[in-house]
Design a protein around this ligand. Structure first.
Ligand code: GDP
Ligand code: IMO
Ligand code: MG
Length: 429
């Protein structure tokens, strides 16, 4: 029985939350393996909308929900999200939610540093979510992070805080910012520790037990391949690996357990924050896509940049991330366009590329090479079967499959959970 990893194949916000929620009906365990509360995953179920940042989307169906070691965890944000969900009638108890003891924490000093750095960058800013993601991963790699297990070891915590602040206060002094008081931070950590403690588990053991029971595991990625710290549009990326390979290391399970890789792919392209975006539209069409697709960030409320579907980019994501099939989302947003464009490669300083090269100056110079296809006037919104789709919409989908060299496994035609067409079941394929 296969497990499934859901990852974004563009710049995030492809509709991962909706698809994970839909698939989690068939799963037993849902695992987040990277990122943090920079993610914003939206689930629409009947007249209720759930916005999840840190909690795996399976929690809404009461599935065992796991936050793996690859995630950076802001304990205050975690508790707040649990409260919000409880307010919406979702039971988030230690029976349902497990957070890896070896996950690194995001502290208030991380978000402060994130914002200070962005301010210092001025026009060259990355456009981060300001949640402290980058600085928290830096501390993890530098081996000075405070991890969840440290919260449960009050005697050692003091020394860890001192060690961390030795670095951070020097940095803050350099930036001309106020230093962090060790006693205050320690008190904050001691205050939050007993509240998160019931959720802290040895996740690798829990996943091993799930495998022994032949449970179906669904790995829920955040962000997207083009925001991956290695494979994305560096430096305009997030600070974690977002590709499916990370599902294993970010949760403590063997690579063989990851299974089918489902790339969530928007039928056009969006990006929030700075960085190259060859098929971006600065005209009325881009405006229309944003309005129809409600393209505003779930976390920061920022307007998302919009553009045509970039097949070269998604093909690259598919190769790099080992995507077996895609879930094509938001097809309905393209309803009513007379013609559609698909980016099939780039002109970079007069040279043709069928992929986006790594060098930032080449990415910045990339001009899209388009092919034009026929649009459709009929509505696809809410379609629940292939037969309900206009022939030209099917043609558009087929052309995308051809260009990205990956088949469509799922199709989404509205935000609503059940407006989803299954072509191939990722769990049994
Ligand atoms: P995620 O970060 O990948 O989970 O995506 P977000 O939740 O940030 O953004 C996707 C948005 O598109 C959400 O508001 C979803 O409710 C919405 N959405 C998902 N699938 C569809 C779809 O097929 N059609 C339309 N119109 N909206 C969708
Ligand atoms: P989901 O999971 C879209 C972007 C930010 C910024 C860059 C770095 O909802 O798809 P960070 O705060 O991570 O250091 O910001 O990454 N970004 C996202 N864009 N969707 C996301 O998550 C994102 N998470 C981070 O806008 O450009
Ligand atoms: Mg999102």
């Amino acid at each position: 029985m296969a497990n499934v990893a859901v990852i974004g194949s563009q710049w995030g916000d492809e509709g991962k939350g909706k698809i994970v929620d839909w698939l989690s009906e068939r799963a037993d365990v849902v695992v987040r393996f990277q990122g943090g509360h920079n993610a914003g995953h939206t689930l629409v179920i009947g007249n209720k909308t759930y916005k999840l940042s840190l909690l795996p989307s399976g929690v809404v169906r009461g599935k065992l929900s796991v936050i793996g070691n690859g995630v950076v965890v802001d304990p205050w944000a975690l508790l707040k999200e649990i409260e919000i969900l409880r307010g919406q009638g979702v039971a988030v108890t230690p029976d349902v939610l497990a957070v890896a003891e070896n996950a690194a924490l995001i502290l208030p000093l991380h978000s402060k540093l994130d914002l200070l750095r962005e301010e210092a960058r001025g026009a060259g800013k990355i456009g981060t979510t300001g949640r402290g993601i980058g600085p928290a991963y830096e501390d993890k790699a530098a081996r000075r992070a405070i991890r969840l297990c440290d919260l449960l070891d009050p005697d050692a915590l003091d020394g860890k805080v001192q060690n961390l602040l030795q670095h951070h206060n020097a940095l803050l002094r350099g930036l001309g910012a106020e230093e962090v008081n060790a006693a205050e931070l320690l008190a904050q950590l001691r205050g939050v520790a007993p509240k998160v403690a019931p959720f802290v588990k040895t996740v690798w053991q829990l996943l091993d037990a799930a495998r022994k029971r032949s449970d179906r595991i669904l790995f829920e990625g955040a962000q997207g391949s083009m925001l991956d710290v290695d494979h994305g549009t560096y430096p305009f990326v997030t600070s974690s690996n977002t590709v499916a390979g990370q599902a294993a290391t970010g949760s403590g399970i063997g690579v063989g357990a990851v299974g089918y890789v489902l790339g969530i792919t928007k039928a056009y392209t969006t990006r929030v924050g700075s960085g190259p975006f060859p098929s971006e539209l600065h005209d009325q069409i881009g405006q229309t896509l944003g309005e129809r697709g409600h393209e505003f960030g779930t976390v920061t409320g920022r307007k998302r940049r919009c553009g045509w579907f970039d097949a070269a980019l998604v093909r690259q994501s598919a190769k790099v991330g080992g995507i077996n099939g895609i879930a094509l989302t938001k097809l309905d947003v393209l309803d009513g366009f007379e013609e559609l464009k698909i980016c099939i490669g780039y002109d970079i300083n007069g040279q043709h590329f069928d992929y986006l090269p790594s060098a930032a100056h080449l990415q910045a110079a990339a001009k899209p090479v388009y092919e034009t296809v026929e649009g459709w006037s009929e509505s696809t919104r809410g379609a629940r079967s292939w037969a309900q789709l206009p022939a030209t919409a099917i043609k558009y989908i087929r052309r995308i499959e051809e260009l990205i060299e990956v088949p469509v496994a799922l199709l989404s035609t509205s935000p609503e959970r059940d407006d989803t067409i299954l072509v191939t079941d990722p769990f049994t394929d």
